[in-house]
Design a protein around this ligand. Structure first.
Ligand SMILES: [Zn+2]
Ligand SMILES: [Zn+2]
Length: 115
């Protein structure tokens, strides 16, 4: 059984940015799962709509250009500050803040940060 979800706004569980696009609902053996993509965090999330529990689909953010998971930048990182970047797109950089929190550290403003 599959179900579709057209109207409800799905907010990013981390930054509360609405992510109306890319929300897909899959019906798995143990119940429905919602998958959403947040452009600001550049991460995909899987949420259980029944319990509200969520987790990220990927451990690290995804490159805005190619969608690959960013990797540890050994040149820039030290024991305190750890930076992750896309191997093919050096402008796609995040700083790992621990506890599943990431800060955009790329050369330009965060792509979805409109002012
Ligand atoms: Zn977000
Ligand atoms: Zn890339």
């Amino acid at each position: 059984m599959t179900t579709t979800n057209g109207s409800r706004t799905y907010l990013c569980p981390v930054c509360s940015e609405p992510m109306p696009d890319g929300l897909t609902v899959k019906w798995l053996g143990h119940g429905p799962r919602e998958h959403g993509y947040c452009a600001r965090c550049s991460r995909r999330y899987e949420t259980d709509p029944l319990t509200g529990e969520h987790r990220s689909d990927s451990w690290a953010p995804l490159c805005h250009e190619c969608g690959a998971e960013v990797l540890l930048d050994k040149v820039r990182s030290d024991l305190v500050d750890r930076y992750y970047m896309c191997r093919d797109h050096p402008a796609e950089v995040w700083k790992f803040q621990g506890d599943d929190r990431w800060q955009w550290a790329g050369d330009r403003e965060s792509p979805s940060a409109h002012r």
